[in-house]
Design a protein. Structure first.
Length: 151
């Protein structure tokens, strides 16, 4: 079984949560942690990483918290996943010829490269805004708690 890391799963959920709950004030990490059932300490490290990679902005002080660095429709799931987990690759050989002495003569490598491209293209085509809309449909979040562009 190929598994997504906890970091990617929780980070994706946090981004969707921030997208859904930002209105006029930044979203507090403690609130995201509570809603998502993630420890605040772990979430803080994910949010710092997403901030460093330019997907979130952090605002300090009274009324501080986190906001999206760009509109949700401009942030792709590929960008979020790569920010948290590095380059998409099912095997090291798909991105590094030197990782395997058989890489230039391996039909399996070709298969993994094709699958990597399909996955990359698919994730590039899904925006955070689409994910937030889907989450809204699934959970029926109160309309007054949702950004107006999600409606």
């Amino acid at each position: 079984m190929i598994r997504l890391s906890t970091k990617i799963r929780y980070g994706t959920r946090a981004m969707v949560d921030i997208c859904l709950h930002y209105r006029t004030a930044p979203v507090l990490a403690k609130d995201v942690a509570q809603r998502q059932g993630v420890s605040k300490k772990y979430l803080d490290s994910l949010l710092r990483e997403l901030t460093t990679k330019g997907l979130l902005r952090s605002q300090r002080g009274s009324g501080g918290g986190f906001v999206l660095a760009r509109p949700a429709g401009e942030i792709t799931m590929k960008q979020i996943i790569e920010a948290l987990g590095g380059e998409l690759a099912l095997s090291e050989c798909t991105t590094d010829d030197a990782s395997c002495r058989q890489s230039t003569q391996c039909a399996s490598r070709w298969l993994w490269q094709q699958l990597r491209k399909l996955l990359s293209d698919y994730l590039e085509g899904i925006t955070l805004l689409e994910m937030a809309r889907r989450q809204n449909q699934l959970c029926e979040v109160k309309n007054d708690d949702i950004q107006s562009d999600l409606r």
